[in-house]
Design a protein around this ligand. Structure first.
Ligand code: HEC
Ligand code: HEC
Ligand code: HEC
Ligand code: HEC
Length: 343
């Protein structure tokens, strides 16, 4: 990949970084001081990088700021340079502190979803001296995965962690950006299953880079259900940010209702205690303006239950929901396959 570093005026950028740190609870963008950049992953994950280069996540880096829509949004928000404004950076770009200062280095990239890698990149793949994947002792593997987790790695096994980033970006949590800026409310039909299994899919580990593999039925069920729980959590957080009766509040209030109805169906077909508790925790909430305390508290409960759901299930007990799952025709974008796998 041609490293297309774009400098940002350092002073301005540091002001922005301070703002980012202050609001870290809700922001998903990886810490620029710890970002390694997608080229560093490509040393070993060649096909993952090839797949990523064909996604909108990659192309937004070169395209977004040039569009008339971007200029219109920026004008309405009083922003002059889209690529140096934290409001746009958080969701459209990856920033990294380089030897020459801070820079925007890519669109939405590996570490936007897997976590800034400085403290885990050399741990997650280290099987121990003299060992391979096949011979690595079990206790070494346990220590390796724990070390990567401690270093901030968001592993695919923990679906909640790797997928919460999708919702932090795809559900816009800034009312003004929508109502004043004219930005979309986010991705109206976002579904973790459909949106992760098209152009975004990059399952190459088992085949050593030969095939971009399809997930198992069990994992597909987990992606669908976890996506629905995350959608509820983040839609509640969006209603919590609503202060005026306009597009933003109305859209997300409807979305909360629609997702709860979906969870009722899931729980009828494959009952679990976690989803029963989610429905109870969100039963009496009031979807009104300026109700942040109640709605954030409900979202926090949904988060805790979604994590518990992820720890307690692997999808084998969820076969009942198969009729609800959106099929491959809904997978967003084209799945990349390595040249040798084609034909
Ligand atoms: C020096 C080689 C190397 C580099 C560099 C590297 N990886 Fe890996 N990565 C591996 C290997 C080997 C595995 C398989 C580990 C295993 O068997 O548990 C892996 C596994 C992974 C996994 C799956 C982990 C799991 O437990 O399921 C993710 C996600 C990942 N890498 C992301 C990245 C990202 C993002 C970067 C760049 C910031 C990166 N890797 C850089 C070699 C590397
Ligand atoms: C909370 C995350 C978030 C923030 C903040 C955000 N965007 Fe977006 N933006 C998105 C997502 C997600 C999409 C894709 C929308 C869809 O699927 O409908 C998008 C789409 C767009 C698009 C249309 C698609 C394209 O890339 O041409 C433009 C233009 C855009 N954003 C500009 C901006 C500008 C300018 C800012 C800063 C003022 C900004 N965005 C801030 C998440 C965000
Ligand atoms: C850092 C913010 C961010 C994260 C994290 C993120 N996205 Fe996106 N995504 C975007 C933006 C912004 C766009 C729109 C890019 C454009 O069109 O310019 C987008 C576009 C997409 C598209 C293309 C949509 C289309 O209309 O063709 C898919 C598919 C997608 N994202 C899936 C996912 C999935 C699945 C996850 C989580 C595993 C995820 N995204 C995580 C910001 C993000
Ligand atoms: C939009 C978010 C997103 C981006 C960007 C992203 N990943 Fe992933 N990654 C995921 C998700 C979600 C999974 C689990 C997918 C599944 O279960 O189908 C995953 C899985 C993986 C795996 C394990 C796949 C397997 O075969 O088991 C590796 C390795 C990995 N990613 C590396 C990378 C690298 C390297 C990059 C950058 C080139 C990258 N990822 C970019 C979200 C992302």
């Amino acid at each position: 990949m041609a490293p297309q570093f774009r400098r940002i005026q350092p002073l301005r950028f540091f002001g922005i970084l301070a703002g980012v740190a202050g609001a870290s609870v809700t922001l998903g963008s990886p810490d620029p001081a710890k970002v390694q950049g997608p080229e560093s992953c490509g040393e070993c994950h060649k096909q993952e990088v090839e797949a990523w280069k064909l996604t909108h996540h990659f192309s937004t880096f070169n395209d977004m700021h040039r569009t008339d829509d971007a200029k219109a949004i920026a004008d309405k928000m009083g922003i002059r340079r889209v690529k140096s404004e934290s409001l746009c950076l958080d969701c459209h770009y990856t920033s990294k502190v380089t030897a020459d200062g801070p820079a925007v280095i890519a669109g939405v990239s590996c570490e936007s979803c897997h976590g800034a890698a400085h403290d885990w990149i050399n741990i997650h793949n280290d099987y121990g001296k003299g060992f391979t994947k096949a011979t690595e002792p079990a206790d070494h593997r346990t220590a390796r995965l724990a070390g990567a987790l401690k270093g901030g790695m968001l592993r695919p096994d923990d679906i909640y962690s790797v997928a919460q980033n999708c919702y932090q970006c795809h559900i816009v949590k800034d009312e003004k950006l929508v109502n004043v800026g004219g930005h979309t409310v986010g991705t109206a039909d976002f579904s973790l299953l459909s949106y992760s299994q098209g152009e975004v899919r990059h399952n190459f580990l088992d085949s050593g880079g030969k095939v971009n593999a399809v997930d198992t039925p069990e994992r597909t069920r987990m992606l669908y259900t976890m996506g629905t729980l995350l959608d509820l959590e983040y839609s509640l957080r969006a209603v919590a940010r609503s202060t005026e009766k306009a597009t933003y509040a109305v859209t997300y209030a409807h979305r909360v209702k629609a997702i709860k109805a979906q969870l009722v169906k899931i729980n009828e077909l494959a009952p679990t205690s976690e989803i029963t508790d989610v429905l109870a925790a969100t039963d009496k909430i009031s979807l009104k303006l300026n109700n942040a305390d109640e709605l954030d508290a409900a979202a926090d409960k949904v988060r805790a239950l979604a994590k518990a759901f992820g720890a307690a299930h692997n999808g084998s007990d969820l076969a009942g929901i198969d009729p609800l799952l959106p099929g491959p025709d809904t997978y967003k974008g084209t799945v990349y396959q390595p040249p040798a796998a084609k034909g």
